[in-house]
Design a protein around this ligand. Structure first.
Ligand code: SAH
Ligand code: SF4
Ligand code: F3S
Length: 459
């Protein structure tokens, strides 16, 4: 399944030789970072660099970092430390670290000092200055640059897209919600919506390049337009939906507090908007939701789920859940289990609460012990696995239209891709089906996916 907040390998794999050299980008974190790495790649290619398939062949290596949880941070430090050997062997190698983690001045400074072989360190807001940073590294200067204020959104930076069949399109940047556990508003700045015209233009360009599916990206897509004069997410969906040739529109992430009836209506009526909502619930306890500053209750959450399902009988809902938030009692946690049981999510990303320096929750009393967090996560995952299986079983003997992402050629070729509602389906097929929309009858349930047979000719 396409993952949210998972560390990823650089997908920029094509090897071309160029005058200036080759680059490799390793991306940690969420889709925002994946999208930023596409821009970093575009900027480097404008300078004359080309992509390398392996770090070992690269002349510029960049790490795009995440700091949403402790785990993400540790991995970044480990990965950068491991670069020393390569740098010793190849002194002209340019090493850079950017992204959310480097937007925190004290962390950026610590990294800059601890790893003197790193040439470039800059915060996520300064991405457009990457070419200048690389050029000064070529002249032997180190850079440490953190801009605390938000900079202007630059819409037209070059980029190299990595999705084979789906392209990411930013619609709003930053976040104003300040959930008490979350570092994102501090490192991504205040919420800023892109001009709807610029979004539609970008989508048109992507369709002209051959993409028929896009994902609109924002930390909270539902609050899109609140800083513009006459724009809402529902209206944006309408505008984007009208782009000729666009078959599927996805979006993430939806914050429950801003999910409007108009948005549900737009989803249900516009033919190319996918019937999937990633709707992080975080907790099932009203007390914890309030301490998290989420601004909705479990009752409101259930009401939204009901409305979505009334409007679209095939809609699927996925979620994010945190266990062990400060003060979470066994009773609070049982409310989370109960809500998971009632909703029946197609899948869930589940996390142990990880204190982030500078956030309100980090200094709250009643921090939950690691052992309790681990034990609760285990119980939650067991329940969700059962619910995911049940959810998949509903689809056996139904036909879904699969947008084929790729084909696994180890052994007998197996194609895979998603239905509109995000169900992942595998079936025997050949690589020429990649990019096509194929009707597949689902026959068997696998752990997190379904397995079926192609029904008919491609649509
Ligand atoms: N904007 C999205 C989420 C962005 S972060 C939203 O509001 O839903 C992705 C997920 O990481 C969150 O939904 C949350 O479940 C998890 N997360 C964020 N901060 C965390 C922390 N300090 N500890 C554990 N999980 C966290
Ligand atoms: Fe973080 Fe909350 Fe903003 Fe999501 S909505 S990015 S969880 S502060
Ligand atoms: Fe995303 Fe991690 Fe930044 S989750 S916004 S890359 S802190």
């Amino acid at each position: 399944m396409e993952n949210y907040n998972m560390e990823r390998k650089s997908p920029f794999s094509e090897v071309k030789m160029s005058e200036r050299g080759a680059y490799y980008i390793e991306t940690f974190g969420c889709q925002m970072n994946v999208r930023d790495s596409e821009t970093a790649a575009g900027l480097l290619e404008t300078l004359g660099f080309s992509s390398a398939s392996e770090k070992e062949n690269a002349d510029v290596i960049l790490f795009n970092t995440c700091c949403v949880r402790d785990h993400a941070e540790k991995r970044v430090f480990g990965n950068i430390g491991a670069m020393k050997e390569l740098k010793d062997a190849k002194p002209n190698l340019i090493l850079g670290v950017f992204g959310c983690m480097m937007q925190q001045p004290e962390v950026a400074q610590k990294l800059y000092k601890r790893f003197p072989f790193v040439d470039i360190v800059f915060g996520t807001n300064l991405l457009s200055r990457l070419p200048a940073f690389v050029e000064s590294a070529e002249h032997g200067s180190r850079t440490l640059a953190i801009e605390e204020n938000n900079i202007q959104i630059e819409d037209d930076l070059p980029s190299i897209r990595t999705g084979m069949i789906n392209a990411f399109v930013n619609i709003n940047y930053g976040c104003d919600n300040f959930c008490t556990y979350c570092i994102v508003p501090y490192v991504r700045g205040r919420e800023r919506s892109r001009d709807p015209k610029a979004i539609v233009e970008e989508v048109k360009k992507l369709v002209a390049e051959g993409y028929s599916e896009i994902t609109l990206l924002g930390q909270n897509v539902n609050s899109y337009g609140k800083d513009l004069s006459d724009a809402t997410f529902a209206k944006l969906l309408q505008l984007v939906s009208g782009v000729e040739g666009l078959k599927r529109i996805r979006f993430m992430t939806s914050h429950p507090k801003d999910l409007s009836d108009e948005m549900i209506e737009a989803m249900a009526t516009l033919p190319n908007v996918c019937h999937h909502v990633h709707l992080p619930m975080q907790s099932g306890s009203n007390e914890i939701l309030s301490r998290m500053n989420r601004k909705y209750t479990r009752e409101r959450y259930l009401e939204i789920v009901r409305k979505l399902r009334n409007a679209m009988d095939d809609v699927e809902i996925t979620t994010d859940i945190i266990v062990g938030f400060p003060g979470e009692t066994e009773e609070d946690f049982s409310q989370t289990l109960d809500l998971v049981d009632q909703v029946g999510f197609a899948s869930a990303f589940t996390f142990k609460y990880s204190p982030r320096m500078g956030t309100r929750a980090a200094t709250m009393e009643d921090q939950v012990s690691e052992a309790t967090k681990r034990e609760r996560l285990h119980r939650l995952n067991e329940l969700q696995e059962k619910k995911s299986r049940e959810n998949n079983e509903k689809y056996v003997d139904r036909v879904g239209i699969v947008h084929v992402e790729d084909c696994d050629m180890r052994g007998d070729p197996v194609c895979y891709g998603k239905c509109s509602n995000f169900k992942m389906v595998y079936f025997a097929g050949s690589p020429d089906l990649i990019g096509q929309y194929i009707p597949v009858r689902m026959e068997k349930v696998r752990k997190n996916s379904l397995y079926g047979t192609q029904e008919d000719q491609p649509l």
